[in-house]
Design a binder for this molecule. Sequence first.
Ligand SMILES: [Zn+2]
Length: 182
Amino acid sequence: MAHVINWRLDFMLSHPRLFEVMAEEPELSFGCPACQEGWRDVLERMCCRIEDALRRNETFEFVRIKQKFGILRFGWEGEVSEETRARIEEALALAEARSSCTCELCGAEGDKYHASESVMVRCERHAEGRPIMPTRANERLHLVRVVAPTVPPVRIVRRYDRETDSFVGPPVHVDATPPPDR
Ligand SMILES: [Zn+2]
């Protein structure tokens, strides 16, 4: 298990402004990612965007990063401006979107599978269980449900272009019920 802990520790230490790492037991740090290494690239992209958004006097700390129903979910705390908050929420939404079409084991493009009573994202090589209907809007775009940066937050469905790591066009659907947790 040492390897598993190492990538997580290495990842957190390379983003010191975003993580409070417990020196004695780093894997017990609040923001320690509870997911597999295939999503590390997703997390790196997200952290770069957040670091870029943060201003000098603003604070930010991840308090939760986990895989739930085949998608990354986050919790964070901090003191930031409205403008920075919007950029952070956009970075989190892009990471949610990318995780939902990226194999959690190897980082290749993947789809959702139902196995062992849960949902996971796997590439063809690592697939297990049965595939859930592919969520591609077409050859290139994925339809993804993400949290919109509104007050209160709501879930929206957007088209995500994995190649350019960006959203395309306006939301396809808006779910008025606030997400129970993110
Ligand atoms: Zn894979």
